[in-house]
Structures are given as structure tokens and as C-alpha cells.
Ligand binder design. Structure first.
Ligand code: NDP
Ligand code: 8X3
Length: 257
């Protein structure tokens, strides 16, 4: 297989970090984005140590909500030694804040989720997809959520952002048809990452209860699917994936022991 250049947003933890692991292991080139650059640097160092490739990971501290910062980060690839073609875009950066019913929700939390999960994903996609179209191919993987398919108590605006991601994926299927660029929407169920810690603003105890009493997905379970999708032959498009723990039937029916 040819070496792919893979841009992963939200690569400083969880599903994004696991995607970095799985693509690096197979010798692909990585561009890793997140706000916590210290974390990205240690991940890049770990990958270099384990794979023996010291020049195949570029890290960039980018807040995906900042459209100018996104454009500037992409602009820097034109400098020597870096790349200007992306084969795989993994739109993974995202978060939830709080679990309040809508009538008690906070504008601040909602803005953060909308700006990151929807507008951030759009900011990056608008910069990268034209390059893919120009180059005649590429794979875009959007990490949405089971929460975008099914509502649950307190999910309100988070679920709305993920439903928007799914609708954008569906729209891209149509707009990009015939360009060689394929799009996959992945809806994970419960994955044990820092997601709940972020949702509950650092309350580790509350976050850990989300994953107790059953075996949740690991970040690597999702990354394996991303890798599979991105490495199919060019004529194969996997458009839509729902992946849950075996114990999860719906967004809020989970067989806890
Ligand atoms: P984590 O909290 O472990 O990872 C989230 C990543 O997003 C981090 O790397 C974080 O990096 C990055 N991120 C958040 N905000 C921004 C921003 N403004 N700019 C750049 N990067 C940002 O959670 P997950 O790995 O679980 O989440 C990854 C994706 O998966 C999210 O879109 C989430 O909604 C989705 N998902 C998660 C599920 C779960 O159960 N865990 C289930 C379904 C979907 P940093 O803070 O350094 O910027
Ligand atoms: C994350 C899944 O159900 O915790 O998207 O909101 S859930």
C-alpha cells in the first residue's frame, strides 16, 4: 500500500490518539492537531520511538474553532519538508459539556459544543477537501456519535451537534460524488476516553461511573474501524458506521451487571 498522509484532529487523547497509533504502526505520515501541544509532542516522541520513523509526524497546536488558525496551520505545510496533500482527513476533535436539561442549559457550554463540533469540523473540511478534489481522491472520516441518531436526557445540544455532523456527511456524499473523494460517517456508542471527564469538567469520579458495570469500547476499537475504512481499495466507500459496545443496545439501554 502507498504511504498515506493522514490529518487527525483531536489527536491529543482518546480516539484521535488511537488513530495516530494505528496509522503510524503501518508506516503512514501523520499531521496531528489539538490545542494541548505538549501532549502532541509526547505522542509524536512515543510514535517515533516505537516505529523508528523520526520524520513522519508533524504536530500543530490548533484550536479548530479558530478559522484563521486553521488556515494558517494548513498554510505552513507549503514550507519545505512538509506536505500539501492530505490523503485521509479524520475529523475527530469534539466534546460535550454538561448534561443539564435544555431549560437549565448554559449558552457558554452550547456555544463551545457548536463551535467545536460543527463549525470546527466545517473550518477544516473547507480547507482540506478542495485539495483532495484537486488531487482526484481522498478519504474523509467524520466522527459523529450514536447521540446524533437517538436523543437522551440532557444530551440536547450535544446530540444536535452530532446530528449536524451526520447531515454534513450525507451532504458531502452528494457534493463529492464523482470527485474520487469518499466520506465515512462513524457513530460510536460509549467509548472510554477523556470524553466524560471533559463533559463533567474534571470530575473523574462521576466520569468513571459512565463506564462501570459493562465493557465499553476502547479508543482503539474505533481507530481500527477508521483504519479499515481509510485503507479500502479506491472503488469501495463505507459511508456509514454505527459501533457500540456489545452491551449497548441504544444510546441509553446498556446491560450493566
Ligand atoms: P477525548 O476528550 O479523549 O478527546 C477529544 C479530543 O478533541 C482531544 O484531543 C481534544 O484536544 C480535542 N479537542 C477538543 N476541543 C478542541 C478544539 N477546540 N480544537 C482542537 N481540538 C479540540 O474524547 P474522545 O476521544 O472520546 O472524543 C473524540 C470524538 O469522538 C469527539 O468528537 C466525540 O464527540 C466523539 N465521540 C466520543 C464518544 C465517547 O463515548 N467517548 C462516543 C461518540 C463520539 P485538546 O483538548 O488538546 O484540544
Ligand atoms: C458520546 C456518546 O452517549 O456518551 O457521543 O453521549 S454519549
Amino acid at each position: 500500500m502507498d504511504t498515506l498522509t493522514v490529518l487527525i484532529t483531536g489527536a491529543s487523547s482518546g480516539i484521535g490518539e488511537a488513530c495516530a497509533d494505528v496509522f503510524a504502526r503501518s508506516g503512514h505520515k501523520l499531521i496531528l492537531w489539538a490545542r494541548r501541544i505538549d501532549r502532541l509532542n509526547s505522542i509524536a516522541q512515543r510514535l517515533a520511538d516505537t516505529t523508528g520513523h523520526h520524520d513522519s509526524v508533524l504536530v500543530q497546536g490548533v484550536d479548530v474553532r479558530d478559522r484563521i488558525a486553521v488556515q494558517q496551520a494548513v498554510g505552513r505545510w507549503h514550507e519545505p519538508a512538509n506536505t500539501e496533500h492530505i490523503d485521509v482527513l479524520i475529523n475527530n476533535a469534539g466534546l460535550s459539556r454538561g448534561l443539564a436539561p435544555f431549560h437549565e442549559g448554559s449558552y457558554e457550554d452550547w456555544d463551545e459544543m457548536i463551535d467545536t463540533n460543527i463549525k470546527g469540523l466545517i473550518n477544516i473540511s473547507r480547507e482540506i477537501i478542495p485539495m483532495m478534489v484537486k488531487g482526484g481522491g481522498g478519504t474523509v472520516v467524520n466522527i459523529a456519535s450514536i447521540a446524533g441518531r437517538q436523543a437522551y436526557r440532557g444530551g440536547n445540544v450535544y446530540s444536535t451537534t452530532k446530528a449536524a455532523v451526520k447531515m454534513l456527511s450525507d451532504s458531502l456524499q452528494i457534493d463529492l460524488n464523482g470527485t474520487g473523494v469518499r466520506v465515512c460517517n462513524i457513530d460510536p456508542g460509549l467509548v472510554e476516553t477523556e470524553f466524560s471527564e471533559v463533559r463533567f469538567r474534571g470530575d473523574k469520579e462521576r466520569a468513571s461511573t459512565v463506564y462501570k458495570g459493562y465493557t465499553p469500547l476502547s479508543a482503539m476499537d474505533v481507530a481500527d474501524v477508521v483504519y479499515f475504512v481509510a485503507t479500502r481499495p479506491r472503488h469501495v466507500a463505507i459511508q456509514d458506521v454505527l459501533i457500540t459496545p456489545a452491551d449497548q443496545a441504544t444510546v441509553n439501554i446498556v446491560n450493566k451487571h
